[in-house]
Design a protein around this ligand. Structure first.
Ligand SMILES: Nc1ncnc2c1ncn2[C@@H]1O[C@H](COP(=O)(O)OP(=O)(O)O)[C@@H](O)[C@H]1O
Ligand SMILES: [Mg+2]
Length: 223
């Protein structure tokens, strides 16, 4: 089991999540849909340890997240989880390749770094950016930047890839390209993928779709 959510609840000044349980295994691809304000980002951030639940338990790779200290959490985030957000957050002063290799900065082991660099070049080629590696983000299209952000998220071979509205800043054509790519990478890289979106077209590319409604997940049946 890659990740488990047990009866997650979260309230701010009002209840947002209301008893959510979910299990994620290698190879799973899960879309969570729902309107703006439904709590999709809150749920994804709790799963990614960026936020803590008001009650309930998050288990990542067999470890209860609530028992980890800040250093351990940072380590799990770096090695076990890849994040893709609506905005790519590439650093403007670094080339595409340097941006993609950024998560390796804390790594000291030379063979690990070498292997990751080879992996970076393979993935860059895989997403069609091999003739762009020395460009700065400002010289790339938004679609290209988002594909680079996906490669960066995968560079440490995460067990879990979490994506929050990954196509939210893209035009229709680039959104379609990215959706197809995410579904293919889920099969090829065998991670568990959870993406939240309000795009049904994107959601349908995942194997399972849940709707977040009144703080609970409802599984959507195939049409
Ligand atoms: N840090 C926060 N402090 C207070 N309220 C928040 C915070 N983050 C989210 N919320 C509230 O939680 C609800 C769900 O937000 P969010 O998870 O961002 O929804 P979605 O991603 O589905 O649009 C909203 O009512 C939002 O205002
Ligand atoms: Mg959101």
């Amino acid at each position: 089991m890659l990740a488990e959510l047990h009866q997650i609840a979260k309230e701010y000044d009002h209840p947002v999540l209301n008893g959510i349980s979910l299990t994620i295994r290698r190879g799973d691809s899960i879309a969570i849909i729902g309107p703006s304000g439904a709590g999709k980002s809150t749920l994804l951030n709790i799963l990614g340890t960026l936020d803590r639940p008001s009650s309930g338990q998050v288990v990542l790779n067999g470890e209860a997240v609530e028992l980890l200290d800040d250093n351990q959490l940072a380590d799990r985030r770096n090695h076990f989880i890849g994040f893709v957000f609506q905005l790519h957050y590439l650093l403007p002063q670094l080339t595409l390749l340097e941006n993609i290799l950024l998560p390796l900065l804390p790594e000291k082991d030379k063979p690990t770094i070498k292997a990751a660099e080879a992996r970076a070049l393979r993935l860059i080629d895989r997403v069609g950016l091999n003739n762009r590696i020395n460009r700065l983000p400002g010289e790339l299209s938004v679609g290209e930047c988002q594909r680079a952000a996906v490669v960066r998220a995968l560079i440490n071979q995460p067990g879990l890839l979490l994506a929050d509205e990954p196509t939210g800043s893209l035009d229709e054509e680039n959104a379609t390209t990215l959706g197809i790519l995410l579904a293919e990478l889920n099969r090829e890289e065998e991670m568990g993928m959870v993406l939240v979106t309000h795009s049904m077209e994107l959601a349908k590319r995942m194997k399972v779709i849940y709707r977040l409604h009144l703080g609970r997940l409802e599984k959507m049946e195939e049409a």
